[in-house]
Design a protein around this ligand. Structure first.
Ligand code: HGY
Ligand code: MN
Ligand code: MN
Length: 423
């Protein structure tokens, strides 16, 4: 029997997902692009603030642009704000995107959180403890590294100044862009310490759909290692330089990328993932042996030892390759987050909520990084997944059926009610 005696405004939630998805849309290339702190992302932020004000939420923006919409508690029932009993229950995610993204990654969790607060508003009810919806800055990390930056600063893992001084892949300074779009707030990051943090998100992978399940109870999240590799070789004529005399940065980069693929395929139990998403050659001309290659490496594994072993294998391979090919190889670590285990009490509540609502579910690991992994540093945190069609994400074809989106939001509301009832 569901706990919930509040009703989600389903049409409003679906309409807002659609409306936010229209911001930054790219009819020519498909999908939408709202890279962190771009004009398109500002437009998304502005829209989110309008929706928060429509709900008469207290809106606060911190010094790295994290946005918080707050529904204050019923004074009579609320605990002491200075103690655990008075701490808010926080839901959230992000509204920045990768390039040509789907409409759901991040946005779904933020707007479902708003839908939960709207359920209280429309019932004329205040919760026993404040409810907060957060939209964290720069979750994707494609312009400014690291990813999950806003929630990392909130959790105390990166200083405000270091975040503001971060230089992007386009040479811009994060703090300048934040001021330019008008989201350099005054709230000190981390001053909102939640009693618990819940993040509803699309799975972005194939598991739930493949198993015909409706809800993912996310109990852990894999470790992430991002690095940039710069290889310096020697430009030379493609037609006159014998193969044995080349110092070919392009070949060396390709050898590293092939090594990564072969290594993860050959290493049991096959949980390590390796991706090169960005590769640039210079001078990038058909008849010139590349002088320079620059590429990224994204390594992930739920197990810290295996992730570290994958990093060490690549380091050893590159040292040997540099000697063989007479090139110089330099690496820069961009992101390094260890695997995270979410709060067992919260995952138990999610599992119980799915069961009460009669939704099929399973415990699972998150392949993607999420703000919840940063919030887990300062409070109990957990995630709820809904299926992704074809396991597709970071792609305009990202899709989850409306019924599935609403089921996920219902579970979120149910878990919030459960947390409030047990507070
Ligand atoms: O990279 C990630 O997993 C996340 O989408 N930032
Ligand atoms: Mn996301
Ligand atoms: Mn993403």
């Amino acid at each position: 029997m569901a706990l919930v005696d509040l009703a989600l405004d389903a049409p409003q939630l679906l309409q807002q997902i659609h409306a936010l998805g229209a911001i930054g849309q790219d009819p020519a290339l498909g999908g939408r692009t709202r890279i962190a702190l771009s004009d398109d992302e500002k437009a998304g932020r502005d829209q989110l603030l309008r929706w928060m004000h429509e709900l008469a939420l207290e809106v606060r923006i911190d010094q790295v642009g994290n946005i918080f919409g707050i529904l204050q508690a019923d004074e009579a029932a609320a605990g002491d704000a200075a103690t655990e009993s008075g701490r808010p229950l926080m839901m959230g995610s992000h509204i920045d995107t990768v390039r040509q993204a789907g409409a759901l990654d991040g946005c779904y969790g933020v707007l479902a959180g708003l839908a939960v607060l709207r359920a209280f508003r429309q019932a004329g009810r205040r919760p026993r403890r404040a409810l907060v919806v957060a939209a964290f800055t720069n979750e994707e990390g494609v312009r400014y590294q690291p990813d999950m930056m806003g929630s990392l600063v909130h959790a105390g893992g990166l200083s405000v100044q270091a975040a503001l001084d971060t230089v992007g892949t386009d040479g811009s300074r994060l703090g300048d862009e934040l001021a330019r779009i008008g989201y350099a707030g005054d709230m000190v990051p981390g001053s909102l310490v939640p009693q618990a943090y819940l993040e509803l998100h699309i799975e972005q992978g194939p598991v739930l759909e493949a198993e015909g399940l409706q809800i993912g109870v996310v109990e852990n999240l894999q470790g992430i290692s991002w690095q940039r590799v710069d290889i310096q070789g020697t430009a030379n004529h493609a037609g006159t330089t014998p193969m044995r005399l080349r110092h070919d940065a392009g070949y060396a980069a390709a050898a590293c990328i092939a090594f990564l693929r072969e290594q993860v395929a050959a290493t049991p139990p096959g949980t390590t993932l390796a991706t090169t998403g960005s590769l640039r050659l210079a001078p990038d001309l058909i008849n010139v042996i590349p002088r320079q290659a620059s590429f990224t490496v994204d390594l992930r594994d739920p197990d810290e030892q295996r992730l570290r072993a994958a990093e060490q294998r690549l380091t050893g391979f590159m040292a040997d390759l540099a000697r063989r090919e007479g090139v110089r190889i330099e690496t820069e670590s961009l992101v390094r987050f260890e695997p995270v285990v979410f709060d067992p009490v919260l995952t138990g509540r999610i599992e119980a909520a799915a069961r009460r609502l009669g939704l099929s579910h399973r415990r699972m690991t998150s392949g993607a990084g999420h703000d919840a992994q940063m919030m887990a540093r300062i409070c109990p945190a957990a995630m709820i997944f809904v299926p992704s069609r074809g396991g597709i994400s970071h792609n305009p074809r990202e899709h989850t059926d409306e019924a599935q989106l609403l089921q996920g939001a219902q579970v979120l509301l149910e878990v919030v009610q459960d947390c409030l009832a047990s507070a």
